[in-house]
Write a protein that binds this ligand. Sequence first.
Ligand code: GLA
Length: 398
Amino acid sequence: MALTWLPPADTGAVVKDLTRGFFVDFGHIPDGVWAAPGRVNLIGEHTDYNQGYCLPFALPHRTYAAAATRDDGILRIASVQKSSGWEGKVTDVRPGRPDGWTAYVAGVVGVLAEHAGAGAMGVDLLVDGHVPLGAGLSSSAALSCSVAVALRDLVPALADLTDEELASACIRAENEFAGAATGGMDQTVSLRAVDEHLTLLDCHDFSVTPVAWTLPEHEVLVIDTRVHHSLADGQYAARRQTCELASSALRLASLRELDPARLDDEDVRTALAGITDGLPRVRHVVSENQRVLDLVAALSEQDARRVGSLMTASHRSLRDDYEVSCHELDVAVEAALEAGAPGARMTGGGFGGSAVALVRRDAVERVAAEIARAFDQERLQAPAFLAAVPSGPAGRLR
Ligand code: GLA
């Protein structure tokens, strides 16, 4: 059975084509070309909006943006992949206008224009996405972050923004303008990843600690189930709301503050009793935070088996307690484990998108083939695969 692999784009070729395409679309050459990575999360799912821990890393798969500023306050947005774009005044950008994919771009421009203050800020933007869409690999954060780094470099009033401030601007753009209730992990790793490292992110204060990959014989295989998820649908927002209700019932600022040992306490159970699915949702968040820290420790001990078992435990918790998995993700995880992977789990928001498996380098092709066979047996659409190599953050290419 032929497997579908999704390699990263050839950056040199993309930059050349994008520069040419920009000229065709806008009639002048861009001031530069920038790129921002998608991400995969190794562990720590649905913890970011609970001020907890997660451990994502940037992918070599990126979204590219060619940009040039204009002095008339007009924003023009075009894409290599989509025929639809947008043109209008920056001052007319507001939540829901424009909508669809252009909201992610216009939202960043709108938030940063506010930040830049007086003076008409206009920009022409042509974007080219090479992060698989709808695969749970943060193509939307790659899009907003590619635009954000371009504007910071081009607009003098934005030059002093830190990566952290830029990430906050992208989070606001996605939350308020695009209506996607994302929690901040994706934008943070896209802008603040360290090349060849995982990013331990503490969402209490958004501090990041680079974590070395210490398992030279293993790599992370991403399995794109091809089931497209959408963060805009109600399930993500519903999980968030349950967590907020639970933390206020427990009189905590966030679930981050709940000690796992207290999960069996009578007062905790009583406080959560009135919240539908409160206890299992809280149990996932609290146990997942601990698994992130345990996995970082296992990595420093080069203990592949323990890393794997924590990943699998995370999947079971997301499947059974948080209920954000789906049949395709479960098939991918179980097939990877049966094929000998030390661990596997769904990654990202869930309900589709991708799974990740820890796989010995010399077994990657075989494990991928066995997962594809399991999909075939279940009569599911063939999955796609990508080799997840921890890569660097967003930045300027030209
Ligand atoms: C999506 C969101 C993230 C995070 C994950 C779940 O990817 O964008 O902020 O909440 O889901 O861990």
